[in-house]
Write a protein that binds this ligand. Structure first.
Ligand code: HEC
Length: 183
């Protein structure tokens, strides 16, 4: 009897840890690791070279979006050659300013730029439950930004938590966790 009870307790603990926001193991780091930082820095270089970020990036028609992203946004959805693979990447430029219009941003795409939020499609198996996206947030100069807990926003960002990139895109995004494909 005793072993059945302990097996039940073990199972229950496992189920709770799987469904709670805490990772099962303390060393199960989903984001912000050295490897994530290196990856995000290399990705930035590839994005610069493809003119998808940086001052000389391709200019596209802005639109008015929702929090937490910038009020005025520009989105580029394309594929790049990265580590010898063609990969999908979605870059959102987030602009903020008092009463800025789409025209203001289109006229000077760097003036109100606050951050880039990027979704990069990794290999199958990277994070299958979340459609294998690598999530990252850069400032206009390509520095990886941190959340209020001082953690780098790069990798499977806040996987398992009830807020952050993955949680919100899971709740509101369409196919492939994108809002773009919702309609
Ligand atoms: C609270 C909800 C929420 C959070 C958190 C969030 N997003 Fe989004 N995201 C949106 C919404 C809504 C859109 C669609 C555009 C809009 O309405 O602003 C969007 C659009 C995007 C897009 C354009 C592709 C698409 O899905 O339409 C990218 C890229 C993106 N988000 C990246 C990120 C990254 C990276 C993070 C974390 C650093 C993040 N998002 C956090 C709600 C969120």
């Amino acid at each position: 009897m005793k072993s059945i009870t302990s097996t039940l307790i073990m199972t229950l603990a496992l189920v709770i840890s799987v469904f709670s926001s805490q990772p099962l193991f303390a060393d199960d780091q989903f984001y912000g690791s050295d490897a994530d930082i290196t990856f995000a820095n290399n990705l930035w270089v590839a994005l610069i070279n493809a003119k998808l970020v940086g001052e000389n990036r391709i200019n596209v028609q802005p639109f008015q979006g929702n929090a937490p992203h910038g009020a005025t946004q520009q989105v580029l959805n394309t594929t790049i050659l990265f580590n010898e693979e063609n990969r999908q990447v979605i870059i959102k430029a987030n602009h903020m300013g008092n009463k800025i219009t789409n025209k203001d941003v289109y006229t000077d795409q760097n003036k109100y730029l606050k951050a880039y939020t990027v979704m990069f499609k990794m290999e199958a198996g990277y994070d299958p439950t979340n459609m294998n996206w690598f999530w990252v947030k850069y400032n206009p100069n390509g520095e990886i930004l941190k959340n209020p807990k001082n953690e780098f926003i790069a990798g499977k960002f806040m996987k398992g938590a009830n807020k952050g990139c993955i949680a919100c895109h899971q709740a509101g995004g369409g196919e492939d966790l994108q809002f773009l494909t919702k309609h």
